[in-house]
Ligand binder design. Sequence first.
Ligand code: UN1
Length: 499
Amino acid sequence: MAKAKRYLNFIGGKWVEPATGKYTENRNPADNDDLIGEFPASGGEDVDKAVQSAKKAFNDWRLVPAPKRGELVKRVGDILVRRKEEISQVMTREMGKIIKETRGDTQEGIDTAYYSAGEGRRLFGQTVPAELPNKFAMSVRQPVGVCGMITPWNFPIAIPTWKLFPAILCGNTCVIKPATLTPASVALLMEVFQEAGLPDGVVNLVCGSGGEVGNAMVGHPDINRISFTGSVEIGRKLAEKCGANMKRLSLELGGKNAEIIMDDADLELAVEGALWGAFGTTGQRCTATSRLIVHEKVHHEVLAMMVERAKNLKVGNGLDERVEVGPMVCEDQRRTVLEYIRIGKEEDKAELVTGRGTLTEGDYAKGYFLKPTIFDRVQPGMRIAQEEIFGPVLAVITIKSLEEAIEVLNDTEYGLSSSIYTRDVNRAFQAIRDIEAGITYINGPTIGAEVQLPFGGVKNTGNGHREAGTVVYDFYTEWKSVYVDFSGRLQKAQIDTAE
Ligand code: UN1
């Protein structure tokens, strides 16, 4: 058997071995024989090296004019365009989602690059009038220093770019720890930075576990910001640690997103949206449709259409262009989802209408495949209607009115994405106003956010920050208010008032 390719950390513009000397394997979740490579199992010493290199790079990088930094980010985007197919292929191999979706994931990185590049010529501050004569007042944005990014496996390129591109555009330097299941995509992103000519040390990659690398980052005194996407459980722990150290933290955590189908909806469109939302990315999106809230008048018809279509979705290796649903990312995730399917079957009255577990015959034996699964007659309080499953499992709940639909939708600890299908403009606007979520789609599925709008959610989905859009620049900068007094005398604000 050919020797596995050994990947290294990327620190100070160089590929370096981890101080631990340890590595872990990364295999394709659709085909266990496919070994992508060995990746560093780094430790605290590696994090410290990366932080020192980022700190050093910050001295010069912060002084590069923002439009110039933007030009570099633009070049990164151009290289991503050229290498899109290669990166997407590697991403499908390491993460499992289908090739069309990994192309979309890379595209989201390209979109973020071009959006951030443009911001290089904006990064607006505010100029406001001063209350005293011959005095000038303005506010400007300043970089914060070294930022730490801890990223998940479900969007191996898009989410790292959401964090890295705005951060470096603002003049910060970064240390990133990718998910242990998807480090290859981020290693390719480092190659892209290198090719674009990003100065050494502006972005550093340290591969390894959350326990070792993540904890060392969060505890490092020279990291000013932590941006994390992942589970509520870990998010809560990070918030405690960052709180104790006054480190600013951006959290993007779970979701229990729902699509509402009203009795006046275009049912064909609504069903298509629900299938894409629930089973796209094998349900492994924070924005995945996990509950389908259907008006009783159309419930029967919608369910029949859903079951028929879900049964026929082609599950398999995501590199095959015809496949519609890839494997679960790893055995642990598959086990968790199977456990929820078991719980769903035992919860009173819920009825499993299609799905039922693993696919293990033939080529399926080499991966972590699951059948798209739908439960009907789910009650809002059941565990499968409350807890984030992160797999291809949809819970169908029946309601009698818009008010009840919104009440059921809001009845979870999360609030990331939401959707309603209706042809009634009044109902649509009522939903926009009353749904508790960071994102609401009208006549579109719960997935598919665009990078020029804020991304994030309410309640336990986060801690008030947003990624993407213009608001992410608030996280990666500090405001400085500047007063210039050109009167030549001491003027006392609030005291020298005109009588
Ligand atoms: C995620 O699942 O964490 O809106 C991100 C979407 C994608 C991003 C999802 N653009 O579904």
